[in-house]
Design a binder for this molecule. Sequence first.
Ligand code: HEM
Length: 398
Amino acid sequence: MTSAHPLMVPAPREAGCPFDLPQDYRKAAQQGPAVKVGTPNGSECWLITHHEAAHAVLGDRRFSSDAMLPNFPLMSEELRKMVSESRKSTAEIDDQEHIRRRRMLTAEFKAKTVEALRPRIQSMVDEVLDEMTADGSSADLVSRFALPVPSAVICLLLGVPYGDHEFFMERSHVMLDFNAGPEAMMKARLELMEYMNRLVADKEREPDDALISHLLTGGELAADEVAGTALLLLLAGHETTSSMLALSTLALLRNPDQLALLREDPALIKGAVEELLRYLTIVQNGVGRVALEDVEIGGQTIKAGDGVLCMISVANRDEAVFPGGGELDLTRDARSHLSFGFGIHQCVGQSLARAELQIALETLLRRLPELRLTVPVEELRFRDGVGFYGVEELPVAW
Ligand code: HEM
C-alpha cells in the first residue's frame, strides 16, 4: 500500500485551544464515517470518526485488536517487536485467551469492589492534598496531585510498593511516548518488565492480600503472565487517570461558568466527570483494530486485513449525538461517550477511574476554592502525539 493521502495519522493539534481536535480529523469527519488515511510507516488505514460507526466497529468481533496482525494502525516494526516480546497482557490479545484473562481482572475491578474502596481513595486524596498545601500556596498540580493520587491507588490495589513509584512513573512516561523513539520506548518497557518479574517472584515467596497475589494464587496464569498483566494495570492505572485529573482541572479553570456550576452543586460531579471524559478523550491517537473479514461500515466496505483506527476523540464530538460537542457542558448527559472504548475490550478499570476522578476533583475544588493557574495557557507543554493526551506541568496557586 502507498501513502499518497492528504490526511495522515496521528494528526498534530494546532495552536489555540488545547482541547480542540486536530483540523485534519475534523476534515476527515466531514468526508464521512470511514475515510482512508496514511500512516507514518507508509501504509494506510481506515479512520473511523462518527459515533455510530466507531460504536459499530468496537462492538463487532470481526475486528481484531491483535496488534501483531499486519496493517494494525500506528504499529511500526519496532513497536511490533516490542509487543511481541512482551505479549503477556490483556489488551493486545483476542478470543478465548482474552476472555479468560479479562474475567480474572473484572472480578477485581467490579463496581461493588471499587465502591468499597471509596473511603480509602478519599483518605489518599486528602493526604496528598494535605502534603501539597502544607508546602505553601502554589505547586505543580501534575507532580503534587494528579500523578500521586492514581499512583497510590493502583499501588495499593496491586500490592506494588509506593516507594518505587518514581522508578516506574519515569519509565512508563517514556514507554508510552512515541516522540521518545522506539529504542528508548523498548528499553523502558524492558526495565519495567524486569521490575515486575522481580516483584512477582517476591509475591510468590510472600503473598499478600492484593491483586498480584490474587492472580498468582488463582493458579490460572503463569508468573510471567501475571507480571505482564500487572504491568498493564500499573501503566493503565496511573497514566490515564493522572492525565484526566490534570486536564479536567485545566478545562474547568478555562470554563469558569462550568466551574461555578460544579462548585454550587457538587452533586453534579458524576455527570461532570462523564462530560470531562467525553470532552477531553485522552486516548487521543484512537483505538486500533484489523478487519478479519470484509465488513461494511458507514457505507464503505472494509476489506479483510485492512487496519482501522477508531478515533474516539472525534466520535465523542459527533454533533449527531452530542450537539455543541466542541464545548464543555457539565449538565449534558454524556454517558454514551466512547472514552473507555466499547465491546469486549472496554476498559476494565473504568469504575476505578470514575471513582478516583469523582473523589479527587470534588475534594480539590472543595478544599481549594481559590484555585487558579499561575501561567498563561500558551506556556503549558502538552503531551501531543503520545498515546494519552496530557499536560506536563500545571502550575497553580490557591
Ligand atoms: C480515565 C482513565 C482511563 C481511560 C480514558 C481508559 C481508556 C481505555 C480504553 C479506550 C480502552 C479500550 C482499548 C481498546 O478497545 O483497544 C481501555 C482498556 C483497558 N483499560 Fe482503561 N482507561 C482508563 C483507566 C484505566 C484504569 C484505571 C485501569 C486499571 C487499573 C485500566 C485498565 C484497562 C485494561 C486492563 C484495558 C484492556 C481491556 C481489554 O482489552 O479487555 N484503565 N481503557
